[in-house]
Design a protein around this ligand. Structure first.
Ligand code: IPM
Ligand code: MG
Length: 377
């Protein structure tokens, strides 16, 4: 079905490395879901990251940030690559992410981690530790050390010195904690607030705000955890966690750690939500948590699951399409159950029964076929 139903305005940012391939794969899946569920998508593509540095000399142009703002949601691949990786260069691909996060007020970064039963063997952790892992990291994304004042080390002779600052205001803490609490209510009702209150002033404020707000969530079991011990427990007893809420840098680090549980970084989606509603739902940006993987770029090797599942999160949060979001998730699961794998999940020389190693496009096709089989036209 096309035309007649709702139409969503989506911005696609393919970015660098494998970004264009995984975004193309996810776009096909979204369009296929639209045909089944009666919505259409008007895609606008913009250039960001290294590609924009090459084209325009900046990581993202202000007018392209405005195009994103005027849309219903944004789907992003990845930015970065070795040709732009000098950390002291004045223009860097990651600046596109900060411009989007800060500029569009994307303060809430959701990183769910689930382990598909068929992939338990792909994780370096013992299988019995992975049983029941289903956690959600809620990372504050527009505050803290990422956006604090900085003093770069200069090359003036003498002792070089650099300073990063980590500011947090109580309102920034409160809104992310309340959002995480709301997510916990829809899940297993456990919220772990992660900080470093034995050292950092911002963490002590964080803890005080959590203690004030927990009264507003009587049905959620709220605990505090220091970030170092949380890092340990994430690999020791990962199934114990439900929702984790934490500040920007801790969330960055813990989410890469948690990604190991799922067997491949390529599996995991993310949503970055703003405090703003469009005509259809919450405005957000959706991207896989993996990077641009330049070593495998352009070869149809990348795992598109993280991006496809990000698109499912988009349908859920930005368009209130639970039906289509769940159908995509189920189709990914089904494709894995049927034995379809990308190269990060199985070796092509592996003779295990029933596994078929395919490329990025081949996996997307398997997902679309599973979706179309499950949802009659
Ligand atoms: C992430 C990434 C970014 C971050 C980098 C690329 C700047 O690691 O989205 O987790 O640190 O936020
Ligand atoms: Mg990161």
């Amino acid at each position: 079905m096309t035309g007649g139903g709702l139409r969503y305005r989506l911005v696609a940012i393919p970015g660098d490395g494998v970004g264009p391939e995984v975004v193309a794969a996810a776009r096909r899946v979204v369009d296929a879901a639209g045909r089944r569920f009666g919505f259409g998508v008007d895609w606008t593509e913009i250039v960001a990251g290294g590609a924009a540095i090459d084209a325009y000399g900046v990581a993202i142009r202000p007018e392209d940030v405005e195009t994103c703002r005027a849309s219903d949601a944004v789907l992003l691949g990845a930015v970065g690559g070795p040709q732009w990786s000098d950390p002291s260069a004045p223009v860097r691909p990651e600046q596109a992410l900060f411009a989007l996060r800060g500029g569009l007020g994307l303060f809430a970064n959701l990183r769910p981690v689930k382990v598909h039963p068929a992939l338990v063997g792909s994780s370096p952790l013992r299988p019995e530790l992975l049983d029941g892992v289903d956690l959600l990291i809620v990372r504050e994304l527009t505050g803290g050390v990422y956006f604090g004042e900085r003093q770069e080390a200069s090359d003036i002779p003498g002792e070089r010195r650099a300073v990063d600052t980590m500011p947090y205001g109580e309102d920034e803490i409160r809104r992310i904690v309340l959002l995480a609490g709301a997510f916990a209510l829809t899940r297993r009702r456990r919220l772990t607030s992660v900080d470093k209150a034995n050292v950092l002033a911002t963490s002590r404020l964080w803890r005080r705000v959590v203690d004030e707000e927990r009264r507003r969530m009587p049905d959620v079991e709220v605990t505090h955890q220091l970030v170092d011990s949380c890092a340990m427990l994430l690999v020791k007893r990962p199934a114990d966690f439900d929702v984790i809420v934490t500040e920007n840098l801790f969330g960055d680090i813990l989410s890469d750690e948690a990604a190991v549980l799922a067997g491949s970084l390529g599996m995991l989606p993310s949503a970055s939500l703003a405090n703003r509603r469009t005509e259809h739902g919450t405005f957000g940006l959706y991207e896989p948590i993996h990077g641009s993987a330049p070593d495998i770029a352009g070869q149809d090797l990348a795992n598109p699951i993280g991006t496809i599942l990000s698109a499912a999160m988009m349908l859920f949060s930005s368009f209130n399409r639970r039906d289509a979001a769940e159908a995509i998730e189920a189709a990914v699961s089904r494709a894995l159950d049927e034995g379809w794998r990308t190269r990060d999940l199985a070796d092509p020389s592996d003779q295990r029964d029933g596994l078929v190693v395919v490329g990025t496009t081949g996996f997307a096709t398997a997902v679309i076929e599973a979706l179309e089989a499950a949802v009659p036209a």
